[in-house]
Ligand binder design. Structure first.
Ligand code: ZN
Length: 116
């Protein structure tokens, strides 16, 4: 799931929609809608000189997503797992957790989601 920096549209794979866990899909949509808002405000979505987890656009989107995740009842453990991706290093995963106020804990499983 991602947001186009050309026209601000959401990009969602049909496989992710069909096979994804509902709360994950929901939080991914919340995350991406934050990027749509950033795009509509004329703000950059991508920061090529920064790591993904340090990009202001991502930190803002993940903070919003964590807030919504807590609102619907996710624990820090679940939020920490949600924050990880297959292409993120363990150090980046923990850094993103710190950026978003989630207590870092060792991951039980390796997340397999792609997100922008
Ligand atoms: Zn993002």
């Amino acid at each position: 799931m991602g947001t186009s920096d050309i026209d601000g549209h959401l990009l969602i794979s049909s496989r992710h929609l069909a096979g994804g866990e509902f709360r994950t899909l929901y939080l991914d949509v919340v995350h991406e809608l934050c990027h749509v808002r950033q795009f509509r405000q004329g703000r950059p979505l991508f920061y090529p000189r920064l790591s993904y987890v340090d990009a202001p656009s991502e930190i803002e989107a993940y903070r919003l997503t964590v807030k919504e995740g807590r609102r619907i009842g996710l624990s820090d453990r679940e939020l920490f797992d949600y924050l990880g991706t297959e292409w993120m290093s363990p150090a980046e995963h923990r850094r993103l957790a710190r950026h978003t106020g989630v207590r870092p804990v060792p991951a039980r499983t390796r997340p397999r989601r792609k997100r922008s």
